[in-house]
Design a protein around this ligand. Structure first.
Ligand code: SAM
Ligand code: SF4
Length: 342
């Protein structure tokens, strides 16, 4: 296949999966400290010279789109809204041919101001993380008093047309696991699409415990009063299993849906179509990979686009069949979620 004069050789692995969805972490820094992600204090940031510059990020996205067949790009972090060059990176990615779908995962702080400029730059959609409707709980969970900023960010995203606006929620036992029905009510009332994510062993403190994790089954049981129905639309390569919420429509007038991402108890590794780039230019073929491939060094050694593309392909070809969380030999990756890019 040829795209814009370049030959596309996709990111295929030994198990027949092809990665077309690129997650780009733009920073490992964050203005929150969610307990399941970061320690309260003391996490060293990546040194600035190690971070890819805006031009380097844009070049690697171009290589991914033009030579590797990437069709979707999601910006994440850390908190991607903290990246100064975000709007220009989005604009450059939107100018690529073929134009990738552009998405952002954010904690929503600052989105009130940035939603419209990001939309104008070419961003298509956002996921905003929100684990509670209670400001005090929010403070306990994120160790910052910013609940109102997140709600304003959500509203601004909807107004700017970054739709459907999705909410990502992680439930934790005895902390916010009683909130699933209320969060769904909130999402339905505002036309947001809610997705629960099972907590994964990616916290900086390595405190994750399978036995206390709130499972997809438990989440679905707590939503029983809504009488959820199996979705008619296939999940495809999406990690979220979705259910229809009878009697409710979303902001576009479609039947309302709720999603559950059972990363641990209902793994979707067999359909995974993701490739990841960290803020310091390392390709990761899986969230749980323990090895990375250094594209930054190649970039800074003046590698040609063909060499970058080939190194990326090699990195992806070694992707394991699954995350192996249930395997006794499972090792949590050295980097926490905030430094990988969720
Ligand atoms: N700061 C942004 C945010 O919070 O949306 C983007 C980065 S964050 C790492 C991306 C997503 O990963 C968020 O929805 C967050 O809730 C989720 N996340 C973080 N740590 C997690 C964990 N240990 N298990 C499951 N999801 C996690
Ligand atoms: Fe920051 Fe997102 Fe991690 Fe929370 S989940 S600490 S907002 S990177």
């Amino acid at each position: 296949m040829e795209i814009g004069g370049s030959t596309v050789i996709p990111l295929a692995d030994r198990f027949g999966r092809v990665a077309t969805d690129l997650r780009v972490s733009l920073t490992d820094r964050c203005n929150l400290r969610c307990t399941y992600c970061m320690p309260e204090e003391g996490l060293a940031w990546l040194p600035r010279p190690e971070l890819l510059t805006d031009d380097e990020v844009i070049r690697l996205i171009r290589v991914a789109v033009e030579r590797l067949g990437v069709r979707e790009v999601r910006f994440t972090g850390g908190e991607p809204l903290l990246r100064r060059g975000l709007t220009s990176i989005v604009q450059a990615a939107a100018a690529l041919s073929p134009r990738p779908t552009l998405m952002l995962t954010t904690n929503g702080i600052g989105l009130e101001r940035l939603a419209a400029p990001l939309r104008d730059a070419g961003l298509d959609r956002v996921n905003v993380s929100l684990d509670t409707l209670d400001p005090e709980r929010f403070q306990a969970l994120t160790r910052r008093d910013r609940h109102a900023d997140v709600l304003r960010g959500l509203a601004a995203a909807a107004t700017a047309g970054l739709t459907p606006v999705k909410i990502n929620t992680v439930l934790m036992r005895d902390i916010n696991d009683d909130e699933a029905p209320a969060l769904l009510r909130f999402a339905l009332d505002h036309g947001y699409q809610l997705r629960f994510i099972e907590q994964m062993p990616l916290d900086a403190q390595h405190r994750w415990d399978r036995h206390t994790m709130v499972t997809a089954d438990e989440i679905l049981a707590s939503l029983a009063p809504y009488g959820l129905q199996p979705d008619v639309v296939s999940r495809g390569t999406s990690p979220a299993e979705t259910w229809l919420v009878p009697g409710h429509l979303d902001a576009a007038g479609e039947p309302a849906r709720v999603g559950v991402i059972g990363s641990v108890t209902r793994p979707f590794c067999g359909d995974c179509d993701r490739t990841r780039l960290t803020a310091d230019g390392q390709v990761r073929n899986c969230l749980f990979a323990t090895e990375e491939s250094d594209l930054r060094k190649l970039l800074r050694d003046d590698a040609h686009d063909d060499e970058l593309a080939e190194a990326w392909r090699v990195a992806m070809s070694g992707k394991r069949a699954g995350h192996g969380i249930d395997d006794p030999t499972f090792l949590q990756p050295a980097r926490p979620m905030s430094a990988i890019g969720g």
